[in-house]
Write a protein that binds this ligand. Structure first.
Ligand code: FMN
Length: 324
């Protein structure tokens, strides 16, 4: 399984675990990297750049393979010290940076000077083209199915991936809605050179999430996600629970709502506690429609090997049907 993505990232299989708030810890990232994919630590899950340095050291002690750091650049009133997080990652020897949320332009020179590779994750072809112009190495493109922020254009992967592949010269990684070898085979057939998964990796032994949440992901169907923040033009796809329903009901109130009206419901700290303590209705839990394809809670190694084997089988049998 050689693609430009495996070559640029120095990994065995073109399978990436995307940055995940509260989930992208050393245990998660090391397990994915040890399984032959690319694990990713989420910078902002750590309270300070110093804590990120320590987490990178912990991860490095658990794997000899490359892993990445995700820097999610969100437009907020009080931005975290993004550059200090990036400096901590580069100083600790991390060479693969996944950027998301906003243009990575301000950070590209610094990453390149350190000999780094930038995977920029975005949700539109125009943002992907801008990232390519700015010098990123790989674009991860998130279809509307994805967990987290799918953007406001609502274009699913089946259209978005080939659109991105047609338009870009740099390699494209397909993200959103992928959870098995069929999805990976489809992504490769559409021209992607790798896949990025979030939700599927949450339902693994190593994900630092309470077992009750993992089981809820297994039970959930493709209809069990909810789009929140639509009215605020900052759509997020999350697990459909009592909190997500309440957010949507508040947004639909006559006259709409402002962020401050829903802030107490969606506070990150609440989501963190829900994940850690297994309170399904305790806060916002990010998840994508791919939960409809999740039936078990394997180790990352079993999951990655299974996806790769299934992907090969699917590609071969599709070709065979075509040749016959
Ligand atoms: C629990 C969870 C937290 C996430 N947090 C982030 C984040 O902080 N930054 C980010 O860029 N993407 C985040 N994502 C999105 C993933 O990196 C990935 O793009 C997405 O999950 C792909 O869609 P999928 O879940 O259908 O595989 C998160 C996803 C999940 C499931």
């Amino acid at each position: 399984m050689k693609t430009r993505v495996t070559e640029l990232l120095g990994i065995r299989y073109p399978i990436i675990q995307g940055g995940m708030m509260w989930v992208g810890t050393a245990e998660m990232a090391a397990a994915v990297s040890n399984a032959g994919g690319l694990g990713t630590l989420t910078a902002l899950t750590q309270p300070t750049p110093g804590a990120l340095s320590a987490e990178i050291e912990r991860c490095g002690a658990m794997t000899q393979r490359p892993f990445a750091v995700n820097l999610t650049i969100l437009p907020t009133a009080k931005p975290p010290p993004y550059e200090a997080y990036l400096d901590a990652a580069l100083a600790a020897g991390v060479r693969i940076i996944e950027t998301a949320g906003n243009s990575p332009r301000a950070f590209i020179d610094k990453i390149k000077r350190a000999g780094g590779v930038i995977v920029h994750k975005c949700t539109t072809v125009r943002h992907a083209l801008s990232a390519q112009r700015n010098g990123v190495d790989i674009v991860s493109i998130d279809g509307f199915e994805c967990a987290g922020h799918p953007g406001e254009d609502d274009v699913p992967g089946l259209v978005l991936i080939p659109r991105a592949v047609r338009s870009l010269e740099i390699p494209v990684v397909a993200s959103g809605g992928i959870g098995d070898g069929r999805g990976m085979a489809a992504a490769l057939a559409l021209g992607a050179e790798g896949v990025n998964m979030g939700t599927r990796f949450c339902a693994t032994v190593e994900a630092p999430i309470h077992q009750r949440i993992k089981k809820a992901l297994v039970r959930g169907t493709e209809r069990d996600t909810q789009l929140i923040f639509r009215t605020l033009n900052n759509t997020a796809r999350v697990f459909k629970n009592a909190i997500a329903d309440e957010v949507v009901a508040t947004e639909r109130r006559p006259g709409g709502c402002e962020f401050k009206d829903i802030h107490p419901l969606v506070a990150g700290a609440r989501g963190k506690v829900a994940l850690a303590q297994g309170e399904i209705n305790g806060g916002i839990i990010t998840a994508g429609q791919v939960i409809g394809l999740i039936d078990d809670i394997p180790t990352c190694e079993v999951l990655v090997e299974r996806i790769v084997a299934e992907c090969r089988t699917q590609l071969k049998s599709a070709l065979k049907r075509f040749e016959d």
